[in-house]
Write a protein that binds this ligand. Structure first.
Ligand SMILES: *[C@@H]1O[C@H](CO)[C@@H](O)[C@H](O)[C@H]1NC(C)=O
Ligand SMILES: *[C@@H]1O[C@H](CO)[C@@H](O)[C@H](O)[C@H]1NC(C)=O
Length: 385
């Protein structure tokens, strides 16, 4: 049965409605006026100016990254405080997806990096300039094994060493803080000897060429290592003079720290030692060892929070053998996992690994695992869950 309201309350309702209407109008109107005067309406039909399109190339445009973009880039945010400016990207109408890249000195900065950012991994340093001179080869630079290709889903993506890199961006970043970074110790007891690599560069400290004095009483070959709290960088250079082009001093919010690629180092020491027998045995390429994990105990050297998911997992049969280029493939029900000192475990049903030239110098090599650069990797097959 419908309820009839008494006549008197009808008028009250109308009055309340008018009051509510007026309040809404006045408040809404003044808020709108306030916002419109504070903020310009965003213009969505104007494309962002920080994108570089390669006309006729089917791969996505590149982004010129500013500091804010770098702060939001998961793999690259450790570089967020460095002075940043745009590189120049040159392309050629004849080869639609070809390009090269150059960073010029900016605003009183004479030492700087060219860096590639992406959303699915840590940055790759493309070029390093010290005192206005590229330390390896002239700019502009091309990037080795970087190409536009179709991904398995049919989309065109940039590929670095045969695996897609997504949301690719580039930046020039200053490298002028190294004299603020912690002292790099030299263990001369072990035979380590160093020489300043760029003696004229006032903005560079502790960047050495290292070698080992021959031990009179030892028949073993000794090599320099860059050793830190939880990692050992072992650049197996062709000669016995070893250098560390990826070593860069990064200004964190209140302190300065050394990084090797994206790996933060603490208590950095250059020391000499013979290459351990085990390491020597599993050495497969100029990049050094790529141990095959066939028992969980081998995970002990990696950080617990990264390995705890795998410690109770079954280790599968490893029917693959590391070499300079290889695939990790696992039996049914297992997946490949690569552990490293500088990256979270990389899991895929198929993993492509290559030992390749470091863009910073042809005398340096690096492991690349599905387009990600890893330091001291090891891999194995683990039961899927
Ligand atoms: C590098 O080049 C810039 C611009 O030409 C110049 O101002 C600066 O003094 C140079 N720096 C060094 C260390 O030579
Ligand atoms: C790795 O696997 C891919 C895809 O199956 C294949 O094209 C490539 O040749 C393999 N690479 C090596 C070094 O076995």
């Amino acid at each position: 049965m419908p309820r009839n309201r008494p006549q008197g309350s009808n008028l009250r309702c109308i009055l309340i409605e008018i009051v509510v209407f007026v309040i809404t109008f006045v408040v809404g109107g003044s808020l709108a006026l306030y916002w419109c005067s504070e903020e310009k309406v965003e213009e969505h039909d104007v494309p962002p100016t920080n994108l570089v399109e390669l006309p006729d190339c089917q791969c996505p445009p590149f982004k010129l990254m500013d500091q804010d973009d770098i702060r939001k880039n998961t793999g690259g945010q450790y570089l967020r405080n460095l002075q940043t400016w745009d590189p120049m990207i040159e392309h050629n109408a004849e080869y639609p997806c070809w390009f090269n890249i150059e960073c010029r000195a900016g605003l009183g900065v004479s030492s700087y990096f060219t860096t590639l950012f992406r959303s699915n991994g840590n940055p790759i340093y493309i070029n390093r300039v010290v005192s206005n001179r590229s330390i390896f080869t002239y700019q502009p630079r091309e990037i080795g094994d970087f190409k536009c290709a179709q991904h398995t889903d049919g989309s065109y993506q940039w590929h670095f060493h045969n695996y897609p890199v997504t949301d690719v961006g580039f930046a020039c970043q200053a490298d002028v803080d190294s004299c603020h970074c912690p002292y790099v110790k030299i263990d001369d007891q072990s035979g380590a000897r160093v020489q300043e690599r760029f003696p004229g560069a006032l903005d560079q400290c502790y960047l050495y060429t290292a070698r080992c004095d021959v031990h009179e009483f030892s028949s073993e070959d000794h090599f320099p290592f860059l050793s830190s709290e939880d990692t050992i960088i072992n650049n197996l250079a062709v000669s016995h003079n070893i250098f560390y082009d990826d070593l860069i001093c990064i200004k964190e919010d209140t302190v300065f720290n050394w990084y090797y690629s994206n790996k933060k180092l603490e208590d950095v020491i250059i020391k000499c030692g013979s290459i351990e027998e085990e390491l020597e045995k599993s050495k497969v390429c100029q990049c050094g060892a790529f141990p095959v994990i066939n028992k969980v105990e081998m995970l002990a050297k990696y950080k617990y929070y990264q390995t705890r998911r795998y410690i109770s997992a079954n280790v599968g049969k490893n029917s693959w053998t590391p070499s300079c280029k290889f695939n990790i493939t696992c039996e049914e029900g297992f997946k490949g996992v690569v552990f490293s000192d500088n990256y979270d475990p990389i899991e895929f049903s198929e993993i492509y690994v290559t030992c390749t030239f470091n863009p910073l110098s042809n005398d340096l090599h690096m492991w690349i695992v599905n387009s990600v650069r890893v330091i001291n990797p090891a891999g194995g097959c683990f039961k899927k869950r």
